[in-house]
Design a protein around this ligand. Structure first.
Ligand code: ZN
Length: 132
């Protein structure tokens, strides 16, 4: 893989190596599905214990779920993601200097991808009509 000139600046990745995107964000290198599953499991188990009038078990399950969440937060390292192509970078230095996920930036790239897909489909349809 060719590293574009200027992609690294002061030991920090400034540009995606897969696409020309320069907007990158850090997030926990942990499956979102697994994280949500832990929360949902804690919620469901605490509802069952609450239904059977077991308040200590209910709060114990909720606190255990929160403790697992905090332990994972401190134990799991960060990874760097590209908004544009969703490339992920692990084990890089200077990750903490990057920004956290920004929903507005993510939405801008998502909308751009939708418009490009629609424009390509429209151009494909027009090419087929002119060919007939
Ligand atoms: Zn990229």
């Amino acid at each position: 893989m060719v590293v574009p000139p200027g992609a690294y600046h002061d030991g920090r990745l400034e540009q995606c190596l897969v696409c020309p995107g320069t907007e990158l964000f850090i997030r926990k290198d942990f499956s979102q599905r697994a994280g949500v599953s832990i929360v949902v499991l804690g919620f469901v188990v605490s509802c069952v214990t609450w239904y059977f009038y077991l308040p200590y078990w209910t709060f114990g399950v909720l606190f255990a779920t929160a403790l697992i969440d905090v332990a994972l937060y401190f134990a799991v390292p960060n990874c760097l993601n590209c908004y544009r192509c969703d490339a992920q970078y692990r084990g890089l230095g200077g990750l903490d200097n990057h920004e956290q996920f920004n929903l507005e930036t993510h939405e801008r790239y998502r909308q751009q991808e939708i418009r490009l897909r629609e424009a390509a489909a429209t151009a494909h349809r027009q090419n087929r009509q002119t060919a007939q």
